[in-house]
Design a protein around this ligand. Structure first.
Ligand code: CP
Ligand code: NVA
Length: 287
């Protein structure tokens, strides 16, 4: 039996494959506009397992699969036997008999790996506590359409050291850009933060201070408030720097309304590009 083409993490794929997926994402976006897209996944089924909430991931995969001619089935924790203790391994074996691919959003990265081990169809990482590769593929696609290649550019992250920034770091290695991270391993003084941003970053990125599953919201708010993206911080980056946030955003916390809604923000394009890049990921996995 051939080995399935999994999309598990950006660092698990080579640069050529990743760039190929992005190129296909750009093409699929154009062909959707021109109405020229075919139905390459006609008759294929994607099962999506959600152990955590989602708006973008759920809808973009569902619409994307539909546009490619395929179907989706959604399993949630509370409405499947997974939630009652059936193992991931057994679930993987069963779902592989019904579906052509499996997407999972889960807390524990070990469940993704168990799924990979036992599934005989491609597995896609729709977020774990450790990484969020589909999001960062959409973000790089968004950067490319605004600014061209991301190679040798500077990306500045401020805020929590979470799953999203981990995938950014994986991407920095694969796409060859510089990643600067301001996150409180021990709270850095804000003048250091400003010095960090004041170096011509091409892109400023942040995310929620309290990810799904985090229970120390109070501590996080206190610790991370110096890391908020506001107009003053954006002014320290390159004049044409973009602002990204994977969403959902907590306006007034990690980012101000003026930045979210300002001219440098490309957050809605990022959200849209989840659709296009995931269609490319699905096409690659199932090709
Ligand atoms: N950015 C993202 O993954 O959003 P959802 O949690 O709504 O899927
Ligand atoms: N870091 C966030 C991303 C949500 C898309 C979380 O894990 O909750």
């Amino acid at each position: 039996m051939s080995v399935p083409k999994h999309f598990l993490d950006i660092d698990r794929l080579d640069s050529g494959t990743l760039q190929g997926i992005l190129t296909l994402g750009h093409d699929l976006k154009k062909s959707r506009k021109s109405g020229a897209a075919g139905r390459p996944l006609d008759g294929k089924t994607l099962v999506m397992i959600f152990e955590k909430p989602s708006t973008r991931t759920r809808v973009s995969f569902q619409v994307g699969m539909q546009e490619l001619g395929g179907h989706t089935v959604i399993l949630t924790d509370d409405q499947s036997q997974l939630g009652r203790g059936e193992t991931v391994a057994d679930t993987a074996r069963v779902l592989s008999r019904y579906a052509d691919a499996i997407m999972i959003r889960t807390d524990d990265p070990a469940k993704l790996i168990e799924l990979e081990e036992y599934a005989t169809v491609p597995v896609i990482n729709g977020l774990t506590d450790q990484s969020h590769p589909c999001q960062i593929m959409a973000d790089i696609m968004t950067f490319e359409e605004r600014r061209g290649a991301i190679r040798d550019r500077k990306v500045a992250w401020t805020g929590d050291g979470n799953n999203v920034v981990t995938s950014w770091v994986h991407a920095a290695a694969r796409f060859g850009f510089e990643m600067r991270i301001a996150t409180p391993d021990e709270l850095k003084p804000s003048d250091q933060l400003i010095a960090w941003a004041d170096d011509g970053a091409d892109l400023v990125v942040t995310d929620t201070w309290v990810s799904m599953g985090d229970e120390d919201a109070g501590t996080r708010h206190n610790m991370l408030s110096p890391y908020r993206v506001d107009d003053a911080l954006m002014a320290k980056a390159a004049a044409d720097a973009l602002f990204m946030h994977c969403l959902p955003a907590h306006r007034g916390e990690e980012v101000t309304d003026s930045v979210m809604d300002g001219p440098q923000s490309v957050v809605w394009d990022e959200a849209e590009n989840r659709l296009h890049v995931q269609k490319a990921i699905l096409s690659w996995c199932l090709s």
